[in-house]
Design a protein around this ligand. Structure first.
Ligand SMILES: NC(=O)c1ccc[n+]([C@@H]2O[C@H](COP(=O)([O-])OP(=O)(O)OC[C@H]3O[C@@H](n4cnc5c(N)ncnc54)[C@H](OP(=O)(O)O)[C@@H]3O)[C@@H](O)[C@H]2O)c1
Length: 288
């Protein structure tokens, strides 16, 4: 039977790649996003996280909701609440229609996360039922968009690379196409549970920058800086409305990174992902 999948954030880095792949596999895709992403073969319904929830008419025939949209910005209780409320409304819309709910979380989801982002993801996860819903925690998604492309853009522009909290924190990447393959499996097999998805091995932040600089054929010295103090300064600048290449949220997100054993999740999906050596670390300067 043809799967009908609604994707929030379908105009974003991950959402676009997923929508394209699903269409290529013969699924019907409905983009739930603020703007029409204009993807071939994809229907569009206007949707904002602040909306009540997509109407029953809009979700008619939909059997999976993949929730990839996330309002990012200066961390605040209001933003956390917006993301939580939207996720719960979508979860309820999924339950009401007997639909599979797939939430794109993050490896930084943690009850005591230093970043508002990590806490918001955790609060949403806590309201989901791993017996019915799928919680997907990707590592750093490596590809031509999202956080990775923003990081690469920053490395290209700055003469020195600031390193916070020592730079020995572990980070696990996953190539965009591997993550999309995993999501197609989860959607098409209607799998539930928690999926930690990344390369089985990890790098330190310093090693990550080393790989990215080498891929971009750049030489930049690493400059250790105090993370807590810099985060406070960034928050001050953000309070004044200044747009900076690194946000306080990006920085705090680096504070409590953890490494996960991803092998059980990858085995469940029957998936071998690119190793640290095989990931294509080169990415365009700016997100598309
Ligand atoms: N990139 C990574 O390394 C990474 C790692 C782990 C988890 N994730 C998660 O993966 C998901 C996708 O991330 P991404 O990298 O693809 O980021 P992205 O390109 O910024 O996509 C985020 C999407 O959220 C949408 N969005 C934001 N605020 C919205 C609002 N108020 N109403 C409706 N839509 C809204 C954006 O819509 P517009 O296009 O209209 O702005 C955008 O399409 C996110 O949940 C993110 O937390 C990403």
């Amino acid at each position: 039977m043809k799967r009908r999948i609604a994707i929030t954030g379908a105009g974003g880095f991950l959402g676009t790649a997923l929508a394209r792949r699903l269409v290529a596999t013969g699924a019907e895709v409905l983009a739930l996003s603020r703007r029409d992403p204009g993807l071939p073969g994809v229907r569009w319904q206007a949707y904002d996280l602040a909306d009540e929830s997509p109407s029953a008419a809009a979700l008619e025939g939909v059997d999976v909701i993949v929730h990839a949209a996330f309002a990012m910005g200066r961390g605040s209780a209001a933003l956390e609440q917006l993301n939580l409320t939207a996720a719960l409304r979508l979860r309820d819309a999924a339950r009401a229609g007997g639909r599979h709910f797939v939430f794109i979380s993050s490896m930084s989801a943690h009850a005591d996360a230093a970043s508002s982002y990590g806490r918001a993801k955790w609060r949403i996860e806590a309201q989901l039922d791993p017996a019915h819903d799928a919680v997907v925690r990707p590592g750093l998604i490596v590809g031509p968009g999202g956080l990775y492309a923003r990081l690469m853009g920053t490395l290209r522009r700055t003469p020195v690379v600031p390193v916070f909290f020592g730079g020995t924190q572990p980070i696990q990447p996953i190539a965009l196409d591997d993550l999309v393959t995993a999501l197609v499996q989860i959607v098409s097999r209607r799998l539930s549970g928690i999926f930690n998805l990344a390369t089985p091995g990890h790098l330190t932040i310093r090693e990550l920058y080393g790989r990215m600089l080498a891929a971009a054929r750049l030489r930049r010295p690493l400059l250790p800086l105090p993370g807590g103090l810099t985060a406070q300064l960034l928050r001050g600048c953000e309070g004044l409305g200044l747009q900076l290449p690194v946000t306080s949220e990006n920085l705090l997100g680096q504070k409590q990174l953890r490494a996960f054993d991803t092998t059980p999740c990858l085995a469940r999906l029957g998936l071998t992902v690119k190793s640290l050596a095989d990931v294509d670390w080169d990415a365009p300067v700016s997100p598309p």
